[in-house]
Design a protein around this ligand. Structure first.
Ligand code: G6P
Ligand code: ZN
Length: 579
């Protein structure tokens, strides 16, 4: 039996048949499978786990069992992914189960390709009921690595916890999978195919997204920059999904040179890479941007195209600064924001650089817990336009996901706007110039994150307990070395739109000079516990803005390590990653 052949050993023996929408529907008996709880960004496991009998099929059916029928019956769903290994098989399974459950139409990206922000864009543009994203984001792909699935709702945003909790509940009681008896769908060419009353439309992964980008940005302004001989641009797609977008957008539409796209072909294993755009994993790009004769602008995006990293020649823009600078320049440089952003927001551990922009522009400002899903309600309520996270996520209310290509286009717009009157041969305003000028205006928020990956969970949990205990015993005015405590807590968030509460989102120590020490356990790791330590210090004095962040933050980092007893609890001398 083909649709579940990769996941079901011999389902046909006890299969029964039903009829719906002019299709034969097979009702395949199944049993619950342990461990299908959805994390922050969908269900993520090793490929080998997903290849077990009915593993994916159970989860997809559990999802349909969890949605109210009006959310999918006779409705339209979008399907796409980052091109990783197992997406082809998974696409067929998802399409057949969707048809089996009464979905009227699936819009699927050609070859199964759609970036996460593009899925969000297609859902919104085509007024679909929702969509599936086949991706494990920045985690490596291939037979021995990761696979994942996310479900987004009709506004294009990740399904809320109320739904993902329900899906998990249903994975524990599932007994039957409804599969339409249709052949494998050809995803290699664009077009519409009908099976009874069920339709599959294979769509261009880029078209709807590109149209949206052309609405948001002034493409001729960006083109005026990218086609200059004295401006050199490089975009590293890391052999991931933005490879499908980079050439059509940067080269064909915006006039960048063909050589400006590196690793531009999406591969099932991302070319053995770890498609996470940061200083550690985007090493090739970093070497180019810090090497001899470096280009003027470098950027990269992750597996599914929602993260971004921005670099100038020998210059790294921290994600916290990046969102602040985009917000500060948006109204002038980006047509979508020509009436000014409605409001700004960041996740709690992200530096306060954005707060200062909100203050200066007199804009509503929100601090939410880590996780893009917390921005969606604010956007739907018209309270928020531009937001970002320290974890290399930047975006706006043009979709309901963070958006890597959008961030690159936003930066190019700013650089293009500031250089629009520069004659050939005149020195251009660089990425570093823009950032330094921003610091001079607003002050610099030095920021760094230390990650301690794959710690023993027990030690990490004990450390958090110790920190919570410390919080409960501390009060404003307490002295911590040279720092005086303003506030210590475990971050709590009440959504201003629906009143929902998220508690225990990270332990914070905020000092009277605005410095912050924050501890969180990662919600996205796949083995053990990852401790994240975030350090921030505000520096108004321009003469100190050129200090190295690690040097500037050394006293606070030492304080963080000693008050947390991190070494004692985790046994770790050093972080595994520093950003
Ligand atoms: C994903 C989410 C982001 C979030 C990040 C945090 O990438 O999409 O919104 O910031 O995870 O990960 P962490 O490992 O710190 O929980
Ligand atoms: Zn991602």
């Amino acid at each position: 039996f083909s649709p579940l052949s990769v996941t079901a050993s011999s389902p046909s023996s006890s299969t029964t048949l039903a009829q719906s929408q002019g299709l034969n529907i097979k009702l395949i008996p199944t049993k619950p499978i342990e461990g299908q709880k959805t994390g922050t960004s969908g269900l993520r496991k090793k490929v080998k786990v997903f290849m077990q009998d009915n593993y994916l099929a159970n989860w997809i059916q559990a999802l349909f069992n969890s949605l109210p029928p009006e959310d999918y019956k006779d409705g339209v769903l979008v399907l796409g992914g980052d091109g990783r290994y197992f997406n082809r098989e998974a696409s067929q399974i998802i399409i057949k189960i969707a048809a089996g459950n009464g979905v009227a139409k699936i819009l699927v990206g050609k070859e199964g390709i759609l970036s996460t922000p593009a899925v969000s864009a297609v859902i919104r543009k085509r007024k679909a009921n929702g969509g599936f994203i086949m991706s494990a984001s920045h985690n490596p792909g291939g037979p021995d690595y990761d696979w994942g699935i996310k479900f987004n709702y009709s506004s294009g945003q990740p399904a809320p916890e109320s739904i993902t909790d329900k899906i998990y509940g249903n994975t524990l009681s599932i007994s039957e999978i409804k599969v339409a008896d249709i052949p494998d769908v050809d995803l290699t060419s664009l077009g519409v195919t009908k099976y009874g009353n069920f339709t599959v439309e294979v769509v261009d992964p880029v078209a709807d997204y590109l149209e949206l980008m052309e609405d948001v940005f002034d493409f001729s302004l960006i083109r005026s920059l990218l086609s200059r001989p004295d401006f050199r641009f490089i975009f590293d797609a890391m052999h991931a999904v933005t490879g499908a977008y980079a050439k059509p957008i940067f080269v064909d539409k915006l006039g960048a040179g063909l050589n400006s796209v590196a690793n531009g072909v999406p591969l099932e294993d991302f070319g053995h890479g770890h498609p996470d755009p940061n200083l550690t994993y985007a090493k090739d790009l970093v070497n180019i941007m810090y090497g001899e004769n470096a280009p003027d602008f470098g950027a990269a995006s992750d597996g599914d195209g929602d993260r971004n990293m921005i670099l100038g020649g020998e210059f790294f823009v921290t994600p916290s600064d990046s969102v602040a600078i985009i917000a500060a320049n948006a109204q002038e440089a980006i047509p979508y924001f020509q009436s000014g952003p409605k409001g700004l927001a960041r996740s709690m551990p992200t530096s306060g650089a954005l707060d200062r922009v909100a203050q200066k522009l007199n804009l509503p400002f929100y601090e939410v817990p880590t996780g893009w899903k917390f921005f969606g309600n604010l956007m739907d309520a018209g309270k928020l336009s531009i937001c970002g996270e320290e974890s290399f996520g930047t975006g706006s209310d043009h979709v309901r996901e963070k958006d890597g290509i959008w961030a690159v286009l936003a930066w190019l717009s700013i650089i293009a706007y500031l250089n629009k009157d520069k004659k050939p041969g005149e020195q251009l305003i660089s990425v570093a110039d823009v950032v330094k000028k921003h610091w001079a205006t607003y002050g610099r928020n030095f920021f760094s994150r230390y990650d301690y990956e794959e710690c023993e969970s027990e030690g990490a949990n004990k450390m958090v307990e110790h920190l919570r205990d410390l919080v409960s015993r501390s009060k404003a005015g307490d002295k911590y070395g040279n720092y005086v405590l303003h506030l210590a807590d475990d971050f709590n968030y009440t959504d201003p739109v629906d009143g929902s509460v998220a508690s225990k989102q990270g332990v914070r120590f905020i000092f009277t000079d605005g410095s912050r020490i924050i501890f969180r356990l990662s919600g996205t790791g796949s083995a053990g516990a990852t401790v994240r330590l975030y350090i921030e210090q505000f520096e108004p004095d321009v003469s100190k803005h050129n200090l190295d962040a690690q040097a500037a933050l050394k006293p606070l980092i030492d304080l963080a390590l000693s008050l947390s007893k991190l070494k004692d609890f985790t046994g770790r001398e050093k972080p595994t990653v520093i950003t």
